[in-house]
Design a protein around this ligand. Structure first.
Ligand code: ADP
Length: 251
């Protein structure tokens, strides 16, 4: 369980988040939505402990993250930034790197086992001994997700994990993230720009506007009015074969 309590944050005198609060359950995917610059990345960095808010706190499993400490936190929370520095190594080693918070002086049998299990789970077994430079964008994105999962986190934070992928890989990666969240009982937060992908795959929706929570809840909070207020565009939200589809209007 993840609870964010009245978090406010500023870079110097630039206020970015103000009084942000919400609670996310295990086994659920939440999409974090809002225009560029609304504070989404900053919020993920605060939850992962990379930035410290001036006010408020983040609670994971009833413990404030400062009490968990950086070692404990890196075992609990995995954060996948928008841009990841590609490491030149094999897929196996790249995923094994995710075990870093757990590894003592030596890599254990359990580290190797976990790495192999996650590589198989993501269908990367045929690539395990290929170099990361030999992969397509979609494959590489799965490797980065695999590395985050190798941490065995309870909380998975992903900043725009599908923005550079073609539609087939977008569908595959989103489906995978939903499956993993359910089977591993994770609390997953994904920054998404594609409202239709969010509507299709997320359980919950957190809309940020000017650094404040505009709305949080299930699909029902994503109304044409909410989208107009948050994104400043007019849309229709239609129902098609049980799916909610967001259609931007031209004017
Ligand atoms: P989003 O992820 O929604 O695009 P960000 O959290 O990246 O938003 O940024 C929120 C605001 O904070 C933006 O105005 C951005 O320019 C500013 N900002 C982000 N990082 C820094 C930083 N390191 N120093 C100063 N301002 C920053």
């Amino acid at each position: 369980m993840l609870r964010v309590e009245s978090v406010s944050f500023a870079y110097g005198d630039k206020k970015v988040l103000s009084d942000v609060g919400f609670e996310l359950a295990e086994g659920e995917v939440s999409s974090l939505l809002g225009v560029n610059g609304s504070g989404k990345t900053t919020l993920l960095k605060i939850i992962s402990g990379l930035l410290k808010p001036q006010k408020g706190k983040v609670i994971v499993d009833n413990k404030a993250i400062e009490e968990i400490g950086s070692q404990g936190l890196s075992k609990t929370v995995a954060y996948m930034p928008q841009k990841t520095n590609g490491v030149f190594c094999t897929v196996f080693d790249a995923v094994l790197l995710g075990r870093k918070p757990h590894i003592g002086l030596e890599v254990s049998g359990h580290d190797i086992e976990t790495t192999s299990r996650i590589i198989n789970m993501l269908g990367l077994e045929h690539y395990a001994f290929k170099y990361t430079t030999e992969l397509s964008g979609g494959e590489l994105q799965k490797v980065v997700i695999a590395r985050a999962l190798a941490q065995e986190p309870k909380i998975l934070l992903l900043d725009e994990p599908i923005s550079h992928l073609d539609i087939k890989n977008q569908m595959e990666v989103m489906r995978l993230l939903v499956d993993i969240t359910k089977t591993m009982n994770l609390t997953t937060v994904i920054v998404l720009h594609d409202l239709n992908m969010a509507m299709r795959f997320a359980d919950k929706f957190l809309l940020l506007k000017d650094g404040e929570v505009y709305a949080y809840g299930d699909r029902d909070v994503v109304t044409p009015q909410a989208i107009r207020d948050v994104y400043r565009i007019n849309v229709l939200v239609a129902q098609y074969m049980g799916l909610s589809v967001v259609i931007p209007e031209l004017s």
